[in-house]
Design a protein around this ligand. Sequence first.
Ligand code: CA
Ligand code: CA
Length: 319
Amino acid sequence: MNSSIQAPCNRDVVLRMLLASILASPGCLTAASLVSSSFYSGSLNSLSLTELQSSVAPLISFSNVGVQELRSGYIAQRYDAAFVNIDVVGAGLAEVPETGSVQLEAHTINQDGTFYEVTDQANWTETSPAIANLSAGLLQADVVGLDTIAPVSVTWFGKTASRDLTVLNTIADNFSTAPYNFAGDGIPDDWQLQYYPAGSTNADPMALSIDGRRENYFYYFFDLDPTQLNTSGAAASVVVEHNNQRYLGLEINRRKDLPTSLSFAVRFGDDVPVANGVANGVLVYNTDNPDGTVTEVWRDATPISATRFGLVDVAFNNL
Ligand SMILES: [Ca+2]
Ligand SMILES: [Ca+2]
C-alpha cells in the first residue's frame, strides 16, 4: 500500500491528529495506508486493519491495545508502552519505617516519550516478610529486626519493573520471633540478630554467653561478641593521679546509649567482689567513639594505700 495515497478529508479529527504525528505527508490518509506503513511494524502490532477501520470514530473505542483509558487529543494513546517504572511519591527516598506506609506509583514510558500513570491498574507483587501489604501501590511495612531490603515489582500488560525499598528498623525491640521472642526482652533486636538466629533461645539477654559465666546483656553493654571468647578492650586497670595522689582507676569501653533495662556502676573496694570498703568510683573523663561506644576512666575515691580492687557492675532489669 502506498502511503502517499490521498483521501478526502472526511475523517474524524482525532484520527487526523494521530496520523499527522506519525507521517509527515500532508493531507488525510486512509486507514489502510496507516497500517501498512513500516513505521508501525512492531509498534502497533496489536492493531489489525479491521480494528483500526472500525474505530476511526470515536478513537476512544479502542479496547484491545492494552489501554485502559483513552482521551481525545492525547497523542500518547497511540502508544505501546516501551517501559514501565516505579516512583516513590513524596521525597523520593526508597525507604519506609517499619509499620509505616509509602505510596508508590507506576508509570508507562511510551515510545513517543510520553508517560501514563497506571498505579491503580497495574499488578503489584512482593514476597518480602518486611512488607505487610501492597495494594494499588500503597505499601504497608511490617515489623523488622534489621534494616531490610524489600523488592517490589509491578507488571502492566507484559511490561515489568522492579525496585528495592528499604524497610528501616526504627523500633529497637519489637521483632516477634519464636520459640524465643526477641521483642520486648530489653535488648535491641538488631544486636541479637547479629549473633544469633531469629528465635534462638541463646539470644535471651539472661542466657549465658560462650564464656559460660556472663550473660548476653553483659556482652551487649561492652559491645562485644557473645559468641567469641574475647573480652579484650572492655576494661583495664590504670593509675590516676589526682591532687598529687595516686588512685586505682578503671578504663572501660562501653556502649554509649543503653536501653532502660541496663544500668551499671563502677565500684572500688579492698576485696573482690568489693564486699569490703566498697565505694562508687569517680568519673574522671569520657570520650565518644565513632562506633557508638564511649570510653570512660573511673577512679577510686580513696588514694592507693593498700590493695584495692575495681569492678564494673552491670545490672539487667527488664521487669
Ligand atoms: Ca524493629
Ligand atoms: Ca530484643
